[in-house]
Design a protein around this ligand. Structure first.
Ligand SMILES: Cc1ncc(COP(=O)(O)O)c(C=O)c1O
Length: 381
C-alpha cells in the first residue's frame, strides 16, 4: 500500500498506540478523583499538557485538550466571540477556511454575529492589507488558517499577527491543523491568541486535539458540566488520548528534523510526474506552500474514477478534502482561487507523511501517468 492521503488522516505511530493502551489500561482513574488512581491520572494529564505546551513554546495553562480540530476551531470561534460579545460582534475570516471555522462563523449569525469573508488571490494566498481594511469598530476576531488542507498554500500568519498588534482588542485565531510538524509556526512571535491542533493529523489518535488559548483570554465554554480544563471544556478528560497525542507531537517534530529534505524530494518527484501528464493542471504553487500537499486536476478525467483506478494499484489519494470528497460541488478553496468549475470539481489531492519514500513517489508517479492516459482514452470513446 502507498498511502498518500495524510491530510485526511495519518496512520497512528505504533508507540502512540502503545502509550494509549498502557495509560487507558493502567491509569484509568478519573483525574478529578481524590484517591491515588485519580492522582496518577491527573499527573499524567498535566505531564501531557506540559509536553504539548513545551513543544508549542507556550505555557501549560494555555493548553485546553479537546476532541480534535473541529472542536478546537468551534471552541475558538464560538467560545471566544461569545465571551467578547460585549465589545462587538464582527468576525473576519478567509474564503478558504476549513468548514469547522466557516460553518461555526455561519452558525454565529443566529446569535447576532456577522462576518466578512476576505478573498484569496489565484495562488490561494490572503493579503494582509485585505484583512486590515475590513476591520470595523466592532471587530472582535480574525481567523486565518496556517496551511490550507486542500492545496497546501501557507498563509502569512506572522505578518497578519504583526499587523493585528495595532488592534489589541481583536483576537487572532489560527487553524494550525495541517501545518503541525510540516511548516513551523511560532505562536509567541506574532500575536496569535488562539490556535487549533488535531492529533490524528500527526500520527496521533482520532478524538484528540488541543486549543492554545493565550493567557488572559476568556472563553465561553461550549460544554457545560464539571468545569474541567479550567472551566473551558467540561467532561472527564481523555487522559490516554492526551498522553498519546503529546507523544505523537514529539515524534512528528523529530521526524520533521530528520526527514524534511526527504519529504521535499518525494513531493518534487510527484510534482514532476504530474507535470508530465498531458492535460494536468497543478493548483498547488511550487513556492510558498507546505511540503506535503499537491493538488491538481486532470482535464477529461473524472477525479473519482482516477482515485479508484489508483486504488486498484494500492495507491491511496483523495478528491479534494476528506470532508468534501463525498459532495461533488467542487472545491471551495479552488473556486475561491478562480479555478474554473469543471477543474475544481475534478481535483485530486496527494498528501504525504514523513514515512513516504522516493521509491513510492516514483511508483505512484508512473501509475498516475498510466491511469490518466488509459482513462482519457476510455472516456473519449
Ligand atoms: C485545516 C483543518 N482544520 C480542521 C480540521 C478538522 O480536524 P478534525 O478532523 O480533527 O476534526 C481539518 C481536518 O481535515 C483540517 O484539515
Amino acid at each position: 500500500m502507498i498511502y498518500l492521503d495524510n491530510s485526511a488522516t495519518t496512520k497512528p505511530y505504533p508507540e502512540v498506540l502503545d502509550s494509549y493502551i498502557t495509560v487507558a489500561g493502567k491509569f484509568f482513574g478519573n483525574p478529578s478523583s481524590l484517591h491515588a488512581l485519580g492522582g496518577k491520572a491527573e499527573k499524567l494529564l498535566q505531564q501531557a499538557r506540559a509536553q504539548v505546551a513545551g513543544i508549542l513554546g507556550v505555557k501549560s495553562e494555555e493548553i485546553v485538550f479537546t476532541s480534535g480540530g473541529t472542536e478546537s476551531n468551534n471552541l475558538a470561534l464560538k467560545g471566544a466571540t461569545m465571551a467578547a460579545a460585549s465589545r462587538g460582534k464582527h468576525i473576519i475570516l478567509s474564503a478558504i477556511e476549513h468548514p469547522s471555522v466557516s460553518n461555526a462563523a455561519e452558525h454565529l449569525k443566529e446569535s447576532g454575529f456577522h462576518s466578512t469573508i476576505v478573498p484569496v488571490d489565484k495562488t490561494g494566498k490572503i493579503n494582509v492589507k485585505d484583512i486590515i481594511k475590513e476591520i470595523k469598530e466592532d471587530t472582535i476576531l480574525v481567523s486565518v488558517m496556517h496551511v490550507n488542507n486542500e492545496t497546501g498554500i501557507i498563509q502569512p500568519i506572522n505578518e497578519i499577527g504583526k499587523a493585528l498588534l495595532d488592534y489589541p482588542k481583536i483576537l487572532f485565531h489560527v487553524d494550525y491543523v495541517q501545518g503541525v510538524g510540516k511548516v513551523p509556526l511560532d505562536l509567541t512571535e506574532c500575536k496569535i491568541d488562539l490556535c487549533s491542533i488535531s492529533g490524528h493529523k500527526f500520527h496521533g489518535l482520532k478524538g484528540t486535539g488541543a486549543l492554545f488559548v493565550r493567557d488572559g483570554i476568556r472563553l465561553h465554554p461550549l460544554l457545560s458540566g464539571g468545569n474541567q480544563e479550567k472551566i473551558r471544556r467540561s467532561g472527564t478528560e481523555n487522559v490516554a488520548g492526551a498522553v498519546s497525542m503529546a507523544k505523537a507531537l514529539r515524534m512528528t517534530m523529530e521526524s520533521q528534523q530528520a526527514h524534511s529534505d526527504r519529504m521535499t524530494e518525494v513531493l518534487s518527484i510527484l510534482r514532476k510526474s504530474v507535470e508530465g501528464i498531458p492535460g494536468a493542471v497543478i493548483h498547488t504553487p511550487e513556492h510558498g506552500s507546505a511540503p506535503h500537499i499537491l493538488n491538481f486536476s486532470l482535464s477529461g478525467v473524472k477525479a473519482e474514477v482516477f482515485v479508484h483506478a489508483l486504488e486498484e494499484k494500492g495507491i491511496y489519494v483523495s478528491t479534494t478534502s476528506a470532508c468534501s470528497s463525498r459532495h461533488s460541488k467542487g472545491s471551495k478553496t479552488l473556486l475561491a482561487m478562480g479555478v474554473p468549475q469543471d477543474l475544481a470539481e475534478s481535483a485530486i489531492r496527494i498528501s504525504l507523511s514523513y514515512e513516504n519514500t522516493p521509491e513510492e513517489a516514483e511508483f505512484a508517479g508512473q501509475a498516475m501517468r498510466e491511469a490518466a492516459i488509459r482513462l482519457r482514452e476510455v472516456m473519449s470513446r
